[in-house]
Design a protein. Sequence first.
Length: 234
Amino acid sequence: MQRGALTMFGALAALFTGSNCATTAQDFETARRRMVETQLQAEGISSKAVLQAMAKVPRHLFVPPELRDRAYENSPLTIGLGQTISQPYIVAYMTEALQVTRDHAVLEIGTGSGYQAAVLAELAREVLTLEIVPQLADRARATLSEAGYTNVTVRTGNGYLGWPERAPFQRIIVTAAPDAIPQALVDQLAVGGIMVAPVGTASQEIVIVTKTREGVAEKRTIPVRFVPMVQKPK
Protein backbone atom coordinates (compact mmCIF):
# COMPACT_ATOMS: atom_id res chain seq x y z
CA MET A 1 0.00 0.00 0.00
CA GLN A 2 2.17 2.79 -1.14
CA ARG A 3 2.19 6.04 -3.05
CA GLY A 4 4.85 6.88 -5.58
CA ALA A 5 8.45 7.22 -4.50
CA LEU A 6 9.15 6.50 -0.85
CA THR A 7 11.10 8.80 1.38
CA MET A 8 13.89 6.86 3.08
CA PHE A 9 15.63 8.15 6.15
CA GLY A 10 19.34 7.51 6.29
CA ALA A 11 19.56 9.16 9.68
CA LEU A 12 16.76 6.98 11.02
CA ALA A 13 18.38 3.86 9.61
CA ALA A 14 21.64 4.85 11.27
CA LEU A 15 19.83 5.35 14.55
CA PHE A 16 18.68 1.75 14.58
CA THR A 17 21.65 -0.07 13.05
CA GLY A 18 23.84 -2.42 14.97
CA SER A 19 22.80 -5.67 16.62
CA ASN A 20 23.77 -4.34 20.03
CA CYS A 21 21.75 -1.13 19.73
CA ALA A 22 18.65 -1.30 21.91
CA THR A 23 15.83 0.89 20.65
CA THR A 24 14.40 2.96 23.46
CA ALA A 25 11.03 4.64 23.88
CA GLN A 26 12.80 7.95 23.28
CA ASP A 27 14.23 6.62 19.99
CA PHE A 28 10.74 5.68 18.81
CA GLU A 29 9.33 9.05 19.88
CA THR A 30 12.09 10.85 17.99
CA ALA A 31 11.50 8.72 14.90
CA ARG A 32 7.74 9.30 15.11
CA ARG A 33 8.20 13.07 15.34
CA ARG A 34 10.53 12.99 12.36
CA MET A 35 7.97 10.92 10.46
CA VAL A 36 5.29 13.55 11.04
CA GLU A 37 7.54 16.44 10.04
CA THR A 38 9.23 14.97 6.98
CA GLN A 39 6.74 12.45 5.61
CA LEU A 40 3.39 14.03 6.44
CA GLN A 41 3.65 17.79 6.85
CA ALA A 42 6.24 18.06 4.10
CA GLU A 43 3.97 16.09 1.76
CA GLY A 44 0.89 18.25 2.36
CA ILE A 45 -0.97 16.73 5.32
CA SER A 46 -2.29 19.83 7.08
CA SER A 47 -4.94 18.68 9.57
CA LYS A 48 -3.64 19.46 13.04
CA ALA A 49 -5.79 16.72 14.56
CA VAL A 50 -4.49 14.09 12.13
CA LEU A 51 -0.88 15.14 12.64
CA GLN A 52 -1.32 14.97 16.41
CA ALA A 53 -2.87 11.50 16.15
CA MET A 54 -0.04 10.24 13.94
CA ALA A 55 2.49 11.72 16.35
CA LYS A 56 0.90 9.89 19.27
CA VAL A 57 0.11 6.37 17.99
CA PRO A 58 3.07 4.00 18.55
CA ARG A 59 3.31 2.46 15.07
CA HIS A 60 6.15 0.19 16.18
CA LEU A 61 3.70 -1.79 18.31
CA PHE A 62 1.67 -2.67 15.21
CA VAL A 63 4.49 -4.21 13.17
CA PRO A 64 6.24 -7.55 13.76
CA PRO A 65 9.07 -7.33 16.33
CA GLU A 66 11.71 -8.04 13.70
CA LEU A 67 10.57 -4.97 11.71
CA ARG A 68 10.26 -2.48 14.54
CA ASP A 69 13.47 -0.75 13.55
CA ARG A 70 11.68 0.15 10.29
CA ALA A 71 8.35 1.16 11.85
CA TYR A 72 8.67 4.86 11.02
CA GLU A 73 9.91 4.53 7.45
CA ASN A 74 7.50 5.85 4.84
CA SER A 75 6.81 2.41 3.44
CA PRO A 76 4.31 -0.41 3.79
CA LEU A 77 5.54 -3.36 5.86
CA THR A 78 4.45 -6.98 5.92
CA ILE A 79 2.43 -8.13 8.92
CA GLY A 80 2.21 -11.74 7.77
CA LEU A 81 -0.62 -13.77 6.24
CA GLY A 82 -0.20 -11.92 2.97
CA GLN A 83 -1.16 -8.55 4.48
CA THR A 84 0.63 -5.25 5.05
CA ILE A 85 0.48 -2.16 7.21
CA SER A 86 0.09 0.92 5.00
CA GLN A 87 2.80 3.53 4.72
CA PRO A 88 2.27 6.43 7.15
CA TYR A 89 1.50 8.97 4.42
CA ILE A 90 -1.40 6.91 3.09
CA VAL A 91 -2.82 6.40 6.58
CA ALA A 92 -2.65 10.15 7.18
CA TYR A 93 -4.06 11.00 3.73
CA MET A 94 -7.07 8.72 4.10
CA THR A 95 -7.69 9.84 7.68
CA GLU A 96 -7.57 13.50 6.69
CA ALA A 97 -9.98 12.85 3.79
CA LEU A 98 -12.38 11.16 6.21
CA GLN A 99 -12.75 14.37 8.30
CA VAL A 100 -13.32 12.54 11.58
CA THR A 101 -14.45 14.37 14.70
CA ARG A 102 -15.07 13.22 18.27
CA ASP A 103 -18.81 12.97 17.53
CA HIS A 104 -18.34 10.23 14.95
CA ALA A 105 -18.65 6.47 15.07
CA VAL A 106 -16.36 5.08 12.37
CA LEU A 107 -16.61 1.74 10.59
CA GLU A 108 -13.31 0.37 9.32
CA ILE A 109 -13.18 -2.49 6.83
CA GLY A 110 -9.88 -4.35 7.04
CA THR A 111 -8.38 -4.13 10.53
CA GLY A 112 -5.04 -5.63 9.53
CA SER A 113 -2.48 -4.67 12.15
CA GLY A 114 -4.89 -2.34 13.96
CA TYR A 115 -2.77 0.75 13.28
CA GLN A 116 -5.36 2.64 11.22
CA ALA A 117 -7.98 1.86 13.89
CA ALA A 118 -5.67 3.30 16.55
CA VAL A 119 -5.23 6.52 14.58
CA LEU A 120 -8.99 6.79 14.15
CA ALA A 121 -9.51 6.08 17.86
CA GLU A 122 -7.54 9.23 18.65
CA LEU A 123 -10.10 11.25 16.68
CA ALA A 124 -13.47 9.50 16.89
CA ARG A 125 -15.92 8.64 19.63
CA GLU A 126 -15.88 4.98 18.63
CA VAL A 127 -14.26 2.75 16.02
CA LEU A 128 -15.80 -0.54 14.87
CA THR A 129 -13.42 -2.54 12.72
CA LEU A 130 -13.95 -5.72 10.70
CA GLU A 131 -11.18 -8.18 9.77
CA ILE A 132 -11.84 -11.27 7.68
CA VAL A 133 -8.70 -13.14 8.81
CA PRO A 134 -9.27 -14.44 12.37
CA GLN A 135 -5.57 -14.50 13.29
CA LEU A 136 -5.16 -10.86 12.31
CA ALA A 137 -8.31 -9.86 14.20
CA ASP A 138 -7.04 -11.58 17.36
CA ARG A 139 -3.60 -10.00 17.05
CA ALA A 140 -4.97 -6.52 16.39
CA ARG A 141 -7.36 -6.81 19.32
CA ALA A 142 -4.45 -7.70 21.62
CA THR A 143 -2.23 -4.90 20.28
CA LEU A 144 -4.94 -2.26 20.59
CA SER A 145 -5.57 -3.37 24.16
CA GLU A 146 -1.84 -3.24 24.93
CA ALA A 147 -1.71 0.29 23.50
CA GLY A 148 -4.61 1.35 25.73
CA TYR A 149 -7.38 1.89 23.17
CA THR A 150 -10.73 1.23 24.79
CA ASN A 151 -12.98 2.79 22.12
CA VAL A 152 -12.19 0.23 19.41
CA THR A 153 -14.20 -2.95 18.83
CA VAL A 154 -12.63 -5.59 16.58
CA ARG A 155 -14.81 -8.25 14.97
CA THR A 156 -14.01 -11.07 12.57
CA GLY A 157 -16.27 -10.86 9.55
CA ASN A 158 -16.83 -10.20 5.86
CA GLY A 159 -16.27 -6.53 5.14
CA TYR A 160 -18.44 -6.70 2.03
CA LEU A 161 -21.41 -7.08 4.38
CA GLY A 162 -20.44 -4.26 6.71
CA TRP A 163 -21.86 -4.08 10.24
CA PRO A 164 -25.61 -3.63 9.58
CA GLU A 165 -26.82 -3.80 13.17
CA ARG A 166 -24.76 -0.72 14.04
CA ALA A 167 -25.52 1.26 10.90
CA PRO A 168 -25.76 3.97 9.81
CA PHE A 169 -22.18 5.20 10.17
CA GLN A 170 -21.11 8.81 9.80
CA ARG A 171 -17.73 7.68 8.52
CA ILE A 172 -16.52 4.50 6.79
CA ILE A 173 -12.95 3.68 5.75
CA VAL A 174 -11.89 0.70 3.67
CA THR A 175 -8.26 -0.44 3.86
CA ALA A 176 -8.23 -3.14 1.18
CA ALA A 177 -9.18 -2.64 -2.45
CA PRO A 178 -12.48 -3.91 -3.87
CA ASP A 179 -13.14 -3.84 -7.60
CA ALA A 180 -16.05 -1.50 -6.81
CA ILE A 181 -17.39 -0.11 -3.56
CA PRO A 182 -19.76 -2.69 -2.03
CA GLN A 183 -23.37 -1.55 -2.09
CA ALA A 184 -23.86 -2.69 1.51
CA LEU A 185 -21.30 -0.11 2.64
CA VAL A 186 -22.98 2.64 0.63
CA ASP A 187 -26.29 1.64 2.23
CA GLN A 188 -24.73 1.75 5.72
CA LEU A 189 -23.26 5.23 5.21
CA ALA A 190 -25.35 7.88 6.93
CA VAL A 191 -26.77 10.86 5.06
CA GLY A 192 -24.10 13.53 5.39
CA GLY A 193 -21.47 10.82 5.78
CA ILE A 194 -18.11 10.24 4.10
CA MET A 195 -16.48 7.00 3.00
CA VAL A 196 -12.86 6.68 1.84
CA ALA A 197 -11.67 3.57 0.00
CA PRO A 198 -9.06 2.34 -2.46
CA VAL A 199 -10.85 0.99 -5.51
CA GLY A 200 -9.63 -1.04 -8.47
CA THR A 201 -7.62 -4.09 -9.46
CA ALA A 202 -4.47 -3.57 -11.55
CA SER A 203 -4.97 0.19 -11.27
CA GLN A 204 -6.28 1.60 -7.99
CA GLU A 205 -7.27 5.04 -6.78
CA ILE A 206 -8.49 6.47 -3.51
CA VAL A 207 -12.20 7.23 -3.88
CA ILE A 208 -13.99 9.64 -1.54
CA VAL A 209 -17.72 8.95 -1.33
CA THR A 210 -20.15 11.51 0.04
CA LYS A 211 -23.82 10.83 0.69
CA THR A 212 -26.54 13.46 0.73
CA ARG A 213 -30.32 13.34 0.55
CA GLU A 214 -29.96 13.92 -3.17
CA GLY A 215 -27.73 10.90 -3.72
CA VAL A 216 -24.16 9.60 -3.66
CA ALA A 217 -21.13 11.29 -5.22
CA GLU A 218 -17.67 9.87 -5.81
CA LYS A 219 -14.38 11.74 -6.16
CA ARG A 220 -11.26 9.91 -7.36
CA THR A 221 -7.97 11.21 -6.02
CA ILE A 222 -4.48 9.66 -5.80
CA PRO A 223 -3.19 6.35 -7.24
CA VAL A 224 -2.42 3.69 -4.64
CA ARG A 225 -1.59 0.01 -4.31
CA PHE A 226 -3.51 -1.97 -1.67
CA VAL A 227 -4.01 -5.68 -1.12
CA PRO A 228 -7.30 -6.91 -2.64
CA MET A 229 -10.45 -6.90 -0.55
CA VAL A 230 -11.70 -10.48 -0.27
CA GLN A 231 -14.90 -12.14 0.91
CA LYS A 232 -13.28 -15.29 2.30
CA PRO A 233 -9.89 -15.68 4.01
CA LYS A 234 -7.29 -17.60 2.03
